[in-house]
Design a protein around this ligand. Structure first.
Ligand code: PNS
Length: 164
C-alpha cells in the first residue's frame, strides 16, 4: 500500500503545546505528516513564516515522520501536490466548529481526494491558542505550560512590550 501522507496546516504563530499534541497524535496515525505553515488572511502574524517553521522544527525532532514546510498558496493545491490523503486539524470548543466546517467543505470541493480529519484537543488545551500566548507574553506573563520549553524564550523575548 502506498504511503499515507497527512497535512497538518495552520498559522502556528507561534506553535503551542496544543498544536504539538495534535502533530504528535497525527504522526502516530499516518506514515508521514507535513506540518504546513500557511497564510490565514484574517490574521496579522507576529513571526515570519520561516521563524514559525524553525520553531516547529525545534520542538519536533523526536517525530521522525514529521516534516515542516511553508506555503503562501491554497491548501488544497499543496495537498494535491504532495499526494496527501488527509488534512488534520485540532478541534477545541464548539466555537471552532463553524469555521472549521466551512474550511473542510471548501477543501473537499477543491480537493475531493483528501479527507479533513479532526482530532479533539486534550481537555487541558481546550482554551489554549496562539493569540492567548501572545497576549500573555506581551504583558510579560509566564508562558510556561502554554508553549514547548525549547521555544519559550524566543517567544517571550520577541513579544514582551509588543502589544500590537
Ligand atoms: O491556524 P489557523 O489560522 O486556523 O489556520 C488556518 C489556515 C492557515 C489553515 C487556513 O487559513 C488556510 O488553509 N490557508 C491557506 C489558504 C487557503 O487554502 N484558504 C482556503 C481555506 S478554505
Amino acid at each position: 500500500m502506498s504511503e499515507r501522507i497527512a497535512i497538518c496546516p495552520g498559522s502556528f504563530d507561534p506553535v503551542t503545546l496544543g498544536h504539538l499534541d495534535i502533530i504528535q497524535r497525527a504522526s502516530a496515525l499516518f506514515d508521514k505528516v507535513i506540518v504546513l505553515v500557511s497564510v490565514n488572511v484574517k490574521k496579522t502574524p507576529s513571526f515570519t513564516p520561516d521563524e514559525r517553521v524553525e520553531m516547529i522544527k525545534k520542538v519536533t525532532p523526536h517525530l521522525k515522520n514529521v516534516e515542516v514546510e511553508t506555503s503562501d498558496g491554497l491548501l488544497a493545491n499543496f495537498v494535491k501536490e504532495k499526494g496527501a490523503t488527509a488534512i488534520v486539524k485540532g478541534l477545541r470548543a464548539v466555537t471552532d466548529f463553524e469555521y472549521e466546517f466551512q474550511m473542510a467543505l471548501a477543501n473537499k470541493k477543491l480537493c475531493p481526494e483528501a479527507e479533513t480529519v479532526f482530532l479533539i484537543t486534550k481537555s487541558e488545551n481546550m482554551y489554549l491558542s496562539s493569540s492567548v500566548v501572545k497576549q500573555i507574553a506581551s504583558f510579560g506573563g509566564d508562558i510556561d505550560g502554554f508553549v514547548p520549553p525549547e521555544i519559550k524564550d524566543i517567544i517571550a523575548d520577541r513579544l514582551v512590550n509588543n502589544k500590537t
